[in-house]
Design a protein around this ligand. Sequence first.
Ligand code: CP3
Length: 349
Amino acid sequence: MNSQVPPEKPMLIALSGKCCASTPFWFMRQAGRYLPEYRKIRDTAGDFLDLCYSPDLAVEVSLQPIRRFSMDGIILFSDILVVPDALGIGLRYVEGEGPKLDALERDQPIPSYEPEKFLDHLTPVFETLKGLSAIAPSGTTVIGFAGAPWTVAAYMIEGGTSRDFAKTKTWAFEEPDSLTTLIDLLVETTSDYLLAQVEAGAECVQIFDSWAGVLPETALHRWSLAPIAEIARRIKKDYPHVPVIAFPRGAGLSYELFARDPNITALSLDPTVPLAWAAQTLQPHVTLQGNLDPHYLVCGGAVMREEAERILDALSGGPFIFNLGHGILPQTPPEHVSELAEIVLGWKG
Ligand code: CP3
């Protein structure tokens, strides 16, 4: 399917639609607070955003999990909210509370997009990717990423995380045309951002739509699927060989529509997706990635092994990358991550 795939990179082989001798794996949020060596750097770096914008430290933090667990994928260390930050929306991370943004109101103008200024602000991210491509172990694949327009818009509108995204949803339902202006801006900026990541060395990209699942069916098509499909189209137009992984968390049966989009290469499954259905309905069209509930990784031991093997058994018959169904939790014991890596490496189907 893809003649440009270097044969030594298992993750790219899986993303080209082929099965690998041994299942490639990486874990969402594999760099982070569950690792003592991350906390050490985090404590000295100052603010979390300073860490994201310090290429040397960001390279180091991206590599930390690879040194311990030899994942096949190395994800850029950054955050989805650097996009609103680069658009000039005030952003800070409050210890124990998460991100806080200057919330966007309906009667406020949508921020304007000045591509040069925007990409200039994100230069440290591209420097991190260049550093990673230069020193990533030879079999590993460098993963770039961005948030999907819906999820990033939701943080911009709520001003942070939210239980029900009420403000964003009522805006979407009552004034869809005005929300379209914001979503279109984010399609534009996110496409340019991901293209620049590819130019800096990202070998594939993942688009995180963490809050796709709060939308009912038709709204999900409009606000999650359509913007992601447009970003994927723009990436594929310039870089047809670069795989695009979409993660529409909580999309349920609508995962099938993502699978049928010609520009989406792979789908990251959340833990609720039934595996037999995914193998039958999605895997003929796309590579699958997922979907161990991160709480199993907190538990470790036999319960984790049983669940990981159930996933490997169900999805290894087609192109598949083992991962979690959402990010690693901060309370995860690193030894459990070693155990899981061994389960995946030792799995013989
Ligand atoms: O290792 C990796 O996966 C790469 C780094 C990465 C981070 N955030 C670092 C981070 C990635 C891929 C993300 C994506 C991200 N960020 C998402 C999408 C995935 C998901 O989890 O749903 C979202 C919604 C965000 C926004 C965000 N950033 C929140 C809600 C929070 C606070 C919650 C938390 O875990 O603290 C962050 C902060 C954040 N992003 C941290 C890290 C390592 C913790 C900050 C710290 O070190 O204090």
